[in-house]
Design a protein around this ligand. Structure first.
Ligand code: SF4
Ligand code: SF4
Length: 260
């Protein structure tokens, strides 16, 4: 699992794709289904999506989460995730879609929107970004005419065109946490506090920064000076630290961040 897009009429053909698998697809403004895919959908946001979207909208992570998202519990992983809230209109539109223009945050659109019509999953968790564990599949929605176009891509070419490599690398620690938690028997439950900490570290980066720098955290945990300096003003570094801390906390992974 990495991120998901779901629609009432979506079909996932039972074909597992790798990076060299080819598929035909083209999306453009003149196609008669233009923006149909931005209505009545569930888009799970990744931690990096939230950082770039809140920056684009000049909001704090707390404000962005309150205005644009709903929390949800991810089945099997029993971990909180964040879903983009749709508008209360007839078509349940994404708040960022305009009929003529399309996506008004196109450069900062979420990973799921970039991947579409591909979905991505992971076969196992890994301590480092490890692309060999990923697999892909197409999500065919009945209204989407993009599959009728002649342009052919490999999965790798599509990923490069949509600029998802960097995003996947940054989100890898979060993906690992979810995949790893899914592999733990359901009978082993996390406490509510652990789930809240996961939410804070992964999604509410501005509040997480306050938690790290304005609480007793740095007095209680053994964090080297370089890491502290790196994450002071850098959301991505702070996010990576949060993933490591969650790994230590949820799975007692000894290589990571320890109490003093
Ligand atoms: S071709 Fe598919 S992805 Fe493109 S606008 Fe139409 S429905 Fe959306
Ligand atoms: S974020 Fe942009 S691309 Fe994604 S559903 Fe909304 S309008 Fe469409």
């Amino acid at each position: 699992m990495k991120n998901q897009i779901k629609n009432r009429n979506s079909e996932i053909p039972p074909v597992q794709m790798n990076r060299d698998t080819k598929f035909k697809f083209r999306c453009h403004k003149k196609i008669n289904c233009f923006t149909d895919c931005c209505r009545d959908i569930n888009i799970m946001l990744t931690p990096y999506d939230i950082i770039i979207m809140k920056e684009k909208l000049e909001l704090s992570s707390e404000e962005f989460l309150a205005i644009y998202t709903n929390p949800q519990l991810l089945e099997k992983a029993d971990l909180p995730v964040v879903i983009l809230k749709h508008l209360d209109d007839d078509r349940k539109s994404c708040p960022f879609v305009k009929d003529e223009e399309g996506c008004i945050i196109y450069e900062e659109r979420p990973s799921t929107c970039r991947y579409y019509p591909l979905g991505v999953g992971s076969l196992s968790y890994a301590s480092n970004y490890n692309e060999s564990d990923d697999f892909f599949f197409t999500v065919k929605e009945s209204h989407c005419k993009g599959f009728e176009q002649e342009k052919e891509w490999t999965v790798s070419e599509w990923r490069e065109d949509q600029d998802v490599e960097l995003r996947d690398e940054i989100n890898a620690g979060w993906t690992d946490l979810i995949v790893r938690k899914k592999s733990v028997p359901m009978s082993i439950k996390l406490t509510e506090k652990s789930k809240q900490m996961f939410f804070l570290a992964c999604y509410n980066i501005d509040k997480f920064r306050k938690f790290i720098f304005e609480s007793t955290f740095l007095k209680r945990y053994d964090v080297d000076e370089k890491t502290v300096n790196n994450m002071k003003d850098n959301d991505i570094q702070l996010l990576q630290f949060g993933f490591k801390w969650m790994k230590s906390t949820l799975f007692e992974d000894g290589e990571n961040i320890k109490l003093k």
